[in-house]
Ligand binder design. Structure first.
Ligand SMILES: Cc1cc2nc3c(=O)[nH]c(=O)nc-3n(C[C@H](O)[C@H](O)[C@H](O)COP(=O)(O)OP(=O)(O)OC[C@H]3O[C@@H](n4cnc5c(N)ncnc54)[C@H](O)[C@@H]3O)c2cc1C
Length: 384
């Protein structure tokens, strides 16, 4: 690192938000340094998992549908540039109940936005996806162009693209900043100092540690368990070419076909207990395994006794309702806070980056839902 150099922008955190932000700022011609304490897409980061769903369906929250549609274009450009399969177009199946406002709103948004989808009856579901036992599921939406992003690999691909474009990337831990009105530089735990005109803190679940007074009560970090099960040899019912991603919104469960050879992935999306991203134990619990097996025996009986291949413990960094936090620091005028992915942020990395670029440039398309002022200490999740 050229410690004496002053950068236009320093981005702290090379998760999906920070990596895209650094890359897109660099493309405006600015000099950028990107810093991460454990490395881009590391195992502890929220972006460090194997796979993440990318879909446009967001119930009534069209703001995120539009963002996901735009992000899909940028992810696909990156995939071409990186010459890697970062995206798998498996489709995303929304399993809906009889009276299902969220799904009805999703359909209405798809129609307004011209998103390609099919509406499936129970008979069609039984014929096309006999692996899924319907139970109370009364209909479904298949978002045909949605699918799966290879998460860790994608973050690293963004960082590679960023460094090729001229971003300086370093692995260092940045100490919490101090000061009143303007930040001139930050110190690193290794004794270094990084000077920049603007600082973007995209520290994901670490934001409450970096800014305890401002964000300690506003970002709630929760422990989330993910399980991978092995399907029998020669059984292709759970392969990505046959089975889409599916979301059983009412039971807060999602499943991802075996895209990377790591197995059929399933997780319960309900918020878990509080979690420390540095020190928290990453072993899945027996209760978590029992809960997913119980669900499998009901919805996917063919996998009820499937062998567990592995598990991941990750964390959500939840804002009060699930809206992102992208705003200026309340007192340090050249510092930006970027995070609050709240369990659904990965797909939006590109548009989060674009939004930060516009805000730093002084643009006036300010989204009130991303503001610090809109965040409260009471968890009332409404964005999924
Ligand atoms: C189990 C699970 C499933 C999910 N599924 C989906 C999904 O299907 N679709 C979807 O769109 N989203 C999903 N999400 C949400 C999504 O993954 C997150 O919203 C997103 O990855 C957050 O990215 P981030 O860049 O804000 O944070 P992170 O990825 O955590 O990145 C923050 C980075 O900052 C670094 N850092 C922190 N503090 C410092 C410091 N002081 N100095 C230097 N570096 C620092 C960290 O090392 C880290 O690399 C899921 C999340 C989880 C946990």
């Amino acid at each position: 690192m050229n410690a004496r150099r002053a950068y236009d922008v320093a981005v702290i955190g090379a998760g999906v938000f920070g990596a895209w932000t650094a890359y897109l700022i660099r493309r405006t011609g600015a000099s950028v340094i990107l810093i991460d304490q454990y490395g881009a897409g590391n195992k502890r980061a929220s972006s460090g998992g194997e796979t993440r769903i990318i879909r446009t369906g967001y119930g009534p929250d069209e703001i995120y549908s539009r963002s996901a549609a735009r992000s899909t274009e940028l992810w696909s450009e990156l995939g071409k540039q990186a010459e890697q399969a970062l995206f798998h177009r498996t489709g995303v199946l929304w399993l809906a109940r009889e009276q299902d406002n969220y799904s009805m709103n999703t359909v209405a948004t798809f129609e307004r936005m011209n998103v390609a989808f099919e509406r499936l009856t129970p008979a069609e579901l039984e014929r096309r996806f006999p692996q899924i036992q319907l139970g109370p599921i009364a209909w479904a939406i298949l978002e045909v162009n949605a699918g799966v992003l290879m998460a860790r690999r994608s973050v690293r691909a963004v960082v590679e693209a960023a460094t090729r474009a001229g971003v300086t990337y370093v692995e260092e831990s940045v100490l919490p900043p101090t000061g009143n009105s303007r930040l001139e530089s930050v110190a690193t735990s290794g004794g270094g100092r990084i000077t920049a005109r603007t600082f973007v803190f995209a520290c994901g679940p670490w934001l409450p540690k970096v800014f305890p007074e401002i964000l300690g009560q506003l970002i709630n970090v929760t422990r989330q368990e993910v399980f991978y099960f092995g399907v029998p040899a020669g059984d292709y019912r759970f392969a990505p070419s046959v089975m889409p991603v599916w979301i059983d919104f009412n039971d807060l469960v999602y499943a991802i076909p075996d895209v990377g050879g790591s197995g059929f992935k399933i997780a319960i999306d309900a918020h878990g207990p509080e979690f420390d991203p540095d020190k928290g134990d990453r072993g899945a619990t027996g209760e978590g395994l029992i809960a997913v097996r119980k669900y499998l025996s009901m919805r996917v009986p063919a996998l009820a006794d499937a062998p567990l291949l592995g598990s991941e413990v990750c964390q959500y960094e939840n804002t009060s309702n699930g809206d992102f936090l992208i705003d200026r620091h309340p007192t340090l005028e050249n510092v930006w806070l970027v995070g609050g992915g709240s369990g659904h942020g990965f797909k939006h990395g590109p548009t989060v980056g674009e939004y930060v670029v516009r805000r730093i440039a002084g643009g006036n398309d300010v989204e009130p839902r991303f503001s610090l002022a809109s965040k409260t200490t009471i968890q009332r999740r409404s964005v999924y």
